[in-house]
Design a protein around this ligand. Structure first.
Ligand code: EZ4
Ligand code: CO
Length: 403
């Protein structure tokens, strides 16, 4: 028996907030798990410290599945982003420990490599179409095989995915939520033109992606999907919010543009109808927000039966611990599609030294035992938690809308 002797939560802000769980065992081996929930970080930190860590002490670190079931069924209150991020952190840390004890990189325990590397997509954005294409050309020159395009919209002072002053788009940008103004009509006039121009400039040998960030109705999404068809997008992401999974039926009836959704999903139940009815092509659930490696593998297996591939969320609010876990998962899973890769700042990378690497559009988790990520706790302690919220969105008449 490999006893869990202690566990603690580290909250740090090397450029942005991260919550990390560290579990220690009787053999001196430790494991890390990402528990970051953007804008609600301290709720997960408390859930872990106050309600999970006391239950872990003395348990066998090797019993990953049993501990997962214990935390899921045993809480009585199932699912939800806070609970599932906490369970994910425990699960990820335990996989890290098991792989370190085995002396193997985690992907070997998940069945070994199914491919040479995980194709990732980078974020090209700009205040207008010209600037977005300029950014996309830089990604193409760096070897990216897949690029997400987000452009400012004429008549809107800010748009999702577009940075005002930085190369990297960091959405949780203020101590209180920023209020943005949204117009679907203006947006729908811009995106097809962005893709037309992008194909002209970038050619056809690169995958182009777009994120509508939950702002459309199903019939509007259907129209955008149709309008983009000539430019063969890799996917249209989060066309509508998936609270009502049946919404996707209408989109599906009207367009062959591949659909991706699920970065906010926290369990297989959020995706059951979408997958079963083949209403989507890519499932965006991630290690940290969907119950860890154990649960994400279950989602991927179910998706595989229905020709749905993985496309894990990988924005900067998912820590390098989650990125590493996603790459071990992505390298091994049979129905891998693509992995989002929004590069972390240097500060973040220094606090979380890691073995994963990027080469000509593909990423590899590296061959260090475990996840191949560590946490420099002394350095982490120098970056104090800073409240930061995602923006909110209103229509031009003031109505609250999805951000
Ligand atoms: O808005 O990660 O595809 N990526 C995204 C991200 C999300 C943030 C939310 O925390 O949609 O930019
Ligand atoms: Co998204």
């Amino acid at each position: 028996m490999l006893k869990i002797t202690s566990a603690k939560v580290v909250v740090t802000c090397p450029g942005r907030n991260f919550v990390t769980l560290k579990i220690e065992t009787s053999d001196g081996v430790h494991g890390l798990g990402d528990a970051t929930l953007n804008g609600r970080e301290l709720a997960v930190a408390s859930y872990l410290t106050d309600h999970v860590i006391p239950l872990l002490i003395g348990r066998d670190a090797h019993t990953i599945e049993d501990i997962w079931q214990f935390l899921y069924r045993g809480a009585y209150w199932r699912r939800g982003p806070v609970t599932m991020a906490a369970i994910a952190a425990v699960d990820t840390a335990l996989w890290d420990i098991k792989a370190k004890v085995a002396g193997l990189p985690l992907y070997q325990l998940l069945g070994g490599a199914s491919r040479g590397g995980c194709m990732v997509y980078g974020h090209a954005n700009g205040a207008d179409i010209d600037k977005t294409i300029e950014a996309a050309l830089v990604y193409q020159a760096e070897g990216y095989r897949a690029i997400r395009l987000q452009s400012g919209v004429p008549g809107l002072s800010s748009t999702y995915g577009v940075s005002k002053d930085r190369y990297f788009y960091e959405p949780a940008d203020a101590a209180l939520p920023t209020e943005n103004i949204w117009s679907t009509e203006k947006y729908l006039r811009t995106v097809p033109e962005l893709f037309r121009r992008a194909r002209e400039a970038l050619g056809w040998d690169v995958h182009l992606l777009h994120d509508a960030h939950h702002r459309l109705t199903p019939i509007e999404a259907a129209r955008l999907g149709k309008d983009l068809e000539p430019y063969r997008p890799f996917w249209l992401e989060d066309a509508v919010a998936a609270d009502n999974q049946a919404n996707f039926r209408l989109i599906r009836q009207h367009t062959t543009t591949p659909l991706a959704v699920g970065e906010v999903f926290n369990s297989i139940w959020d995706a059951k109808q979408l997958i079963e009815e083949q209403l989507i092509d890519y499932i965006r659930a991630t290690v940290v927000h969907a119950g860890g490696i154990t649960h994400l593998r279950r989602i991927a297996s179910f998706a595989d039966l229905h020709n749905v591939r993985t496309g894990c969320h990988g924005a900067t609010d998912l820590s390098p611990v989650c990125m590493a876990a996603a790459l071990h998962f992505g390298l091994s899973v049979p129905n891998f599609g693509v992995q989002e890769y929004m590069r972390h700042t240097e500060e973040t990378d220094t606090v979380f030294p890691h073995a994963y690497s990027f080469d000509r559009g593909l990423m590899h988790p590296g061959d260090a035992p475990g996840l191949g990520v560590d946490l420099d706790e002394a350095l982490a302690a120098q970056y104090e938690y800073k409240p930061a919220y995602l923006p909110v969105n209103r229509l031009e008449d003031g109505t609250m809308w999805n951000w």
